[in-house]
Design a protein around this ligand. Structure first.
Ligand SMILES: O=C(O)CCc1cccc(O)c1O
Ligand SMILES: [Fe+2]
Length: 312
C-alpha cells in the first residue's frame, strides 16, 4: 500500500482578512507545493481528519471522534455547501476495521461538517466533491477532551484498516496549530449561548453573518495585538512539527489538555487531527517528511503550517 499524509492549517479568514502580500506569497508557495505533492501521489482515497466549530456537533451528544459514511457541508464563511463525495463502502470498511481493533468509534450516516472539512478539500482538490473521501471528525474544540493517546490509537487503527483496502491513500489533517479564535465555550456560558451549543438549531442567515463578522473582527484585533486571546506560539508549533517530522508521535501522549491550551490557545487542540493523520501514516510503515512550512499569521488567527510526508 502506498500512503502519504498532508497536514494543513485552516482558517476561515483566508481571503477575508489577509496578512501582508509577502506572507501570502510564502503561504501560497507552500500550499502549491502540497497541491503538487497530492497530484503526484494521486490518491484513490482521502481520509480527512478535521474538527468542527459547533456546526455539526453539539453538546446534546458530543463524541470524541466520528467517522461518516455520508457528509454534507453547511457552507460557513463562504465555503461550499452540499454533499462531500464520501466513499461509503470504504467508510464502512474503515469503521468496521477500527471497531474490530477495539477503538470505540461513533459512526454517522449523515454527518454535518463545516469549513474544517470543506476548506482543505477546496484548497487541495478544487472542491468538496472532487475526490473519494472518508471524513473523520476529531473533536478539538468542545471540552472535555480525552488524552491525546486515544487520538493516536484512533489514527493507528484507521491506518491499519486503510492498509487492508489496498488503495493509494492520503491521510489529510485540517487545523491547528496554536491559535485562540473566539469559539464559544459551554462552561459559564449565558443560558441562550449554552442552549445554542447544546441543541444546535441551525442559525438564521443573519445570525451566521453576525457570528462570522465577529471572527473577522477578532482577526483584525489579533493582528493589531489588541486582544485578550492567547497569542500564536511559534516555539510550541515548531516543537510540535519537530515531533511530527521525527516520527515521535508517542511523545504527544505526554501532552495534557490543559498544557496544550495554556501554551497554544484553546483551539490548539485542532493539532489532534494532525496526530491522527500522521499516526495513520505511521501505522502503514515508516515515513519521511517531504516538506515542512510554518508561519504565524495573526490576521488569520492561525499558527499556519503545511507538511507533507510519505511512506518509505
Ligand atoms: O468558526 C469558528 O467559530 C472559528 C473559526 C476559526 C478562526 C480561526 C482559526 C480557525 O481554525 C477557525 O476554525
Ligand atoms: Fe478551526
Amino acid at each position: 500500500m502506498t500512503a502519504a499524509a498532508v497536514g494543513l492549517s485552516h482558517s476561515p479568514l483566508i481571503g477575508k482578512n489577509d496578512p501582508d502580500p509577502e506572507v501570502l506569497v510564502r503561504v501560497d508557495r507552500a500550499v502549491e507545493g502540497a497541491r503538487e505533492f497530492v497530484r503526484a501521489h494521486d490518491p484513490e482515497l482521502v481520509v480527512l481528519y478535521a474538527p468542527d466549530h459547533y456546526n455539526g456537533f453539539f453538546y446534546k451528544e458530543m463524541p470524541p471522534f466520528c467517522l461518516a459514511t455520508e457528509a454534507h457541508a453547511v457552507g460557513d464563511f463562504g465555503t461550499s455547501a452540499g454533499p462531500l463525495s464520501v466513499d461509503t463502502a470504504a467508510a464502512r470498511a474503515l469503521a468496521r476495521g477500527v471497531l474490530d481493533r477495539g477503538v470505540d468509534l461513533t459512526v454517522s450516516a449523515r454527518m454535518t461538517v463545516d469549513h474544517g472539512f470543506a476548506q482543505p478539500l477546496e484548497v487541495l482538490f478544487g472542491g468538496i466533491d472532487k475526490v473519494p473521501v472518508v471524513p473523520v471528525f476529531v473533536n478539538g474544540v468542545a471540552t472535555p477532551l480525552g488524552p491525546v493517546g486515544r487520538v493516536r490509537a484512533l489514527g493507528t487503527a484507521i491506518g491499519r484498516a486503510a492498509a487492508e483496502l489496498d488503495r493509494r491513500v492520503l491521510f489529510l489533517a485540517s487545523g491547528g496549530l496554536s491559535h485562540d479564535p473566539p469559539v464559544p465555550v459551554l462552561d459559564g456560558a449565558p443560558p441562550r449561548v449554552a442552549d445554542a451549543l447544546i441543541e444546535g438549531r441551525p442559525p438564521t442567515p443573519e445570525q451566521r453573518a453576525k457570528a462570522e463578522q465577529r471572527v473577522v473582527q477578532a482577526g483584525r484585533d489579533y493582528a493589531a495585538g489588541s486582544t485578550a486571546m492567547i497569542p500564536i506560539n511559534p516555539a510550541w508549533d515548531n516543537r510540535f512539527l519537530d515531533h511530527v517530522e521525527n516520527g515521535e508521535l508517542a511523545e504527544f501522549d505526554t501532552w495534557t489538555v490543559e498544557g496544550m491550551a495554556g501554551e497554544g490557545g484553546n483551539s490548539a487542540h485542532e493539532v489532534r487531527t494532525w496526530i491522527a493523520a500522521f499516526a495513520s501514516l505511521a501505522a502503514t510503515g515508516p515515513y519521511d517528511l517531504v516538506s515542512r512550512f510554518y508561519e504565524a499569521v495573526p490576521a488569520w488567527i492561525a499558527g499556519f503550517a503545511v507538511a507533507t510526508a510519505k511512506g518509505r
